[in-house]
Design a protein around this ligand. Structure first.
Ligand code: ADP
Ligand code: MG
Length: 255
């Protein structure tokens, strides 16, 4: 368990977050803080709002109410988003990795990783390539720099997607079921990279069904159901002695 300074400003501060789709209330007023270097693992049944919660944390989803702050800067306040220009700037601080990789299919691995920094951080091609090669090295894919995405396995694609997100130098990384689309034998290589990031102190929010990862790498496990967070706590507590019956039955179904 990492030391968390209770006086440190949270990396992500969420208050009263509300989001509905039509009459369906998906998030009913969520309060939550993510501290610097914390790994928060979000679990819960399908449809419980995990993806919506994550998407609200980088402005991909527009909530009706509440506030989300990244490093003390509001992404949205009282349900009002920042103007697009400021929203885009703040989004660069929040990297996101999806279940479905979303690489640019017509670009090489290297160009996938350098595109964002060249366009949004105004790096030259040479500068961006130096950084990108170091990131590809970190995710174990230096030898694939000139490959096209279609030639990669799912696990390799997801590791490129992680390198691409890191290339924007985010302060927080959001992962939405990053291994759910992978063949079982490819899950480990992606979790390994995420574990490395966690050990380097990256602040992370991870939606996953990989309970071993949650136990081993998570500092806090958040359980969502029925429109909100039903409990949150250290993995040991959540997995061995949860306070909510709904957590118990969810874990029984997945473990
Ligand atoms: P989870 O990731 O936990 O499976 P989601 O956040 O994807 O849950 O979805 C929560 C609920 O919101 C689900 O009932 C889903 O059908 C609904 N929902 C999500 N996105 C939309 C959307 N764009 N339009 C309408 N309903 C949506
Ligand atoms: Mg989801």
């Amino acid at each position: 368990m990492k030391e968390v300074n209770p006086n440190a400003a949270p990396m992500v501060r969420i208050r009263g977050l509300r989001k509905s789709f039509g009459s369906h209330v998906v998030l009913d007023g969520i309060d939550f803080d993510v501290q610097p270097s914390q790994v928060v693992v979000v679990i819960g049944p399908s449809g419980s709002g995990k993806s919506t919660f994550l998407r609200c944390c980088n402005g991909l989803e527009k909530p009706e109410g509440g506030s989300v702050e990244i490093c003390g800067r509001p992404l949205m306040q009282d349900g009002r988003m920042l103007p697009d220009h400021d929203l885009n700037a703040l989004r660069e601080e929040v990297g996101m990795v999806f279940q479905s990789f979303n690489l640019f299919p017509h670009l090489s691995v290297l160009d996938n990783v350098t595109l964002g920094p060249r366009k949004l951080r105004s790096l030259s091609r040479a500068e961006a390539e130096v950084e990108a090669r170091a990131l590809l090295e970190k995710v174990g894919l230096a030898h694939k720099a000139s490959a096209m995405p279609a030639s990669l396995s799912g696990g390799q694609k997801q590791r490129v997607a992680i390198a691409r997100a890191l290339a924007m130098k985010p302060r927080v990384m959001l992962f939405d079921e990053p291994t759910s689309a992978l063949d079982p034998e490819l899950v480990g290589e992606v979790l390994q990279v995420m574990k490395l990031l966690a050990s380097e102190g990256m602040t992370m929010m991870v939606v996953t069904h990989e309970m071993d990862f949650a136990r081993e790498v998570g500092d806090v496990v958040v359980v969502m159901d029925g429109g909100g967070i039903i409990e949150a706590g250290a993995p040991d507590v959540i997995f061995t002695n949860p306070s909510q019956e709904r957590t118990r039955s969810f874990l029984q179904a997945v473990l």
